[in-house]
Each structure stands twice: as C-alpha cells, then as structure tokens.
Write a protein that binds this ligand. Structure first.
Ligand SMILES: [Zn+2]
Length: 380
C-alpha cells in the first residue's frame, strides 16, 4: 500500500457525496488524467480535471457499464490506465460531439456506486470521483473443479479377496491403484481427486459416503478385486447401480457376495439402514450417467489391453446405492485366476491400471460429466 496513487486516493475517502446527475456550475476544462485505487470493498476511479466541470452519467447494461459525460472538456493525450480488477474490467475514453469527453467504466456486474466531485484544494486539482462498491459476497469464483471420490475397498482388518501364491491382498492392490488414479487426475487441469481411505485402515460405508459428500464429489468410483472359487474366471468388470437388482446370474452371485458380510467380510455391507440416504433420492439421470461412466472406464481398460472385459453390468451394491452422484464399482480382475493374479502382483501393471482408469474418468468428464438433468449443459 505504499503506492502514492493509492495513498492519495485514500485521503479522498471522506469527501461529501453528491449523487448522480449533478450538474456543476462551471463550464468546461481539461481532463488531465485518470487514476484507480483498489480496496476490498470498492474500486475508486478519479478523474483529475483542470477545473470543476459539469458532468452527467448513465448506467447501461449488456454489458454493464457506467458512462460519465464531461461536456466541453478536452482530453487530448490522456490514456486510461490499465485495470486489474474483477469488478471494473476496463476504462475507455470516447470523444463525443461538441467537445464532450466520455469516460466509460466497463463492469462485470450491475454496479452499486456513488459519484461525486471535489474542488481544487491544497495543491490538488478538481476531481470527479466514482466509487464502485463491491457486492458483499465473494467475487465470482474460478470455475469449480470436477471432483472424483475414489473408494479403495476394504482395509485394516478386512483384507478383501486374498491370494496365497502370489501373496496378494485386495485391500493393498485397490489402494495402490486408487493412489495412481488420484495422482493422474490431480495432474489434470480442473480436476480434483480424493481417496475415501488413504491408508490400510478400516473405513465403514457411512464414512466413505460422508467423505465423498464432504468434498462435493461429482462422481464416486469404488475399486475392488474379484475372487472366487473357480480359477478360470478372469477379467475386469464394472458395475453400476441397478435398483431392480442384478442383470444376470453371475452378477447376482457377486452382488450376494458383496452384500453379505459373512461371505465377503466387507465393511461396506449391511449398513444401508444407518444411512440418511434413501434409494428414491437417486434419480434416473444419475443411473444413466453411472452406466455411461461404467462403459467409459471399462473401455479404457480394454483399449489399453490391461484386462479382458467381462462387460458392464448392473448390480445392487450397497456402496453404489448410497451415493447420489454417478457411481461405479470397478472389479480390476480375479485374484483367484493365475494370469490375473500375476498381473495384479506387478507394480507396473497397477500403475498402468491407474493411468488407464484415470483416462477413462477424464473421457467421461469431457463427454458426459456436465450433461445433467438440471440443464447446466456446457456452461461450467
Ligand atoms: Zn471387494
């Protein structure tokens, strides 16, 4: 605040206020310069004049602006100062007929303002002052980021699916992949990614959903690894919510597995009754976008040749039932299948899975994320 212009303008702050349209008594003069001062609550534009000058002003829209007309006022050689402010976008100078100089303040919003003039005094010139008062609320924020909640399944005392050889735990694989996805997404502009659990700890379903809600997640992606009795089952699959239940027999089987604590030791299970969210809050629109998200993420894995595709399927998983944004559950592969397990034991493969799934999420963001029922279209 050591800028001399600002200090000068601060001292002007207590001057009396003459509201709009005042016509002074003097006739004409010269506009010598224009200065700007910035404060938290206002922007002040000061026109330095050779003498007290008549003026009038108009407030205009589309775009918002204030035009200050100074009849019989010369302004040769005056250059409006550059502006650095979100409310006052620009100052322009026009030369109207009959020697009238017009100072135009281009604004980003309809103004609250006051305009007054000050006589020459104590070595200062006559001045015409326009204060633009800032709205009480914060300035228009930068575009909000697109927020992804990544939900690595299981954790702590619940390992999820386990393979003995190689020694693999679902809880570790899914946390590693979710971390890779998060790192990839956070490197993309306009995207923020969060984990519902960041370490090898048990997090119940309620906490997982609450964390997603706390960060205002736009999508929710639960990451899991399959395991089953027969070693031949193989490949990745992505589920989205079906209120009607599973679409086929094997999905029904998995759904039963995921939804039964005894069978799967899954902390996500059986807690729906405690949640404040009801199934009927979930709109058809959310389910449709969930199915698109599931397709795009599985496509990414298949395109990158990281997994055989078992397809996109519907199932009534508890974790997917509990969130109100597009949500999918990715099963990366079968820990019980020798080939899948070999891949899931490779740190390079887990990094590649993370990159691929992040790309799928970014594809979804680009193509579908903003097509919502509320009609905000491409405006964000
Ligand atoms: Zn699981």
């Amino acid at each position: 605040m050591s800028d001399p212009t600002r200090r000068c303008v601060v001292r002007l702050g207590v001057a009396c206020v003459l509201l709009c349209g005042a016509i002074g008594s003097a006739a004409g003069g010269t506009l010598r310069g224009i200065r700007i001062g910035y404060w938290d609550d206002r922007v002040r534009v000061v026109c330095d004049l050779s003498a007290k000058t008549d003026y009038r002003h108009r407030v205009l829209r589309d775009p918002h602006r204030i035009a200050l007309d100074l009849p019989q006022t010369a302004s040769q050689g005056v250059t409006p100062p550059a502006v650095e402010d979100w409310l006052l976008e620009r100052i322009r100078l026009n030369h109207l007929g009959e020697g009238t100089t017009q100072v135009v303040l281009d604004l980003s919003a309809a103004p609250s303002y006051r305009i007054f003039d000050l006589p020459a005094e104590q070595g200062r010139p006559a001045r015409l002052v326009c204060d633009l008062l800032r709205p009480a609320q914060a300035p228009p924020a930068l575009p909000e980021p697109w927020v992804v909640a990544l939900d690595p399944g299981h954790g702590g005392g619940d390992p999820g699916a386990v393979s003995r050889r190689p020694r693999l735990y679902e809880k570790e694989i899914v946390l590693t992949v979710a971390r890779h996805i998060t790192a990839e997404l956070n490197a993309a502009p306009g995207v923020r990614a969060f984990l519902t659990r960041e370490a090898d700890v048990r997090v119940d379903l309620g906490q997982r959903v609450r964390r997603a809600e706390e960060v205002s997640a736009d999508v929710f992606v639960s990451i899991h690894v399959n395991g089953c009795g027969h070693r031949s089952a193989q490949g990745a699959e992505v589920f989205f919510l079906s209120l009607g239940g599973a679409t086929d027999a094997s999905a029904r089987e998995l759904e039963a597995l995921e939804n039964q604590p005894a069978a799967h030791s899954d902390p996500l299970i059986g807690e729906i009754a405690d949640l404040p969210f009801a199934v009927d809050l979930i709109q058809t629109d959310t389910i449709q976008r969930s199915s698109l998200l599931a397709e795009v993420m599985l496509d990414a894995l298949v395109e990158d040749r990281l997994a055989a595709s078992r397809g996109v399927r519907q199932a009534n998983f508890v974790v997917l039932r509990s969130v109100r944004v597009p949500s999918v559950l990715v099963e990366l592969g079968f820990i019980s299948n020798p080939e899948d397990a070999r891949h899931l034991a490779s740190s390079e493969h887990l990094a590649a899975l993370g990159q691929s799934l992040a790309r799928g999420l970014l594809d979804f963001k680009r193509d579908y994320a903003r097509q919502s029922a509320v009609g905000d279209g491409a405006s964000r």
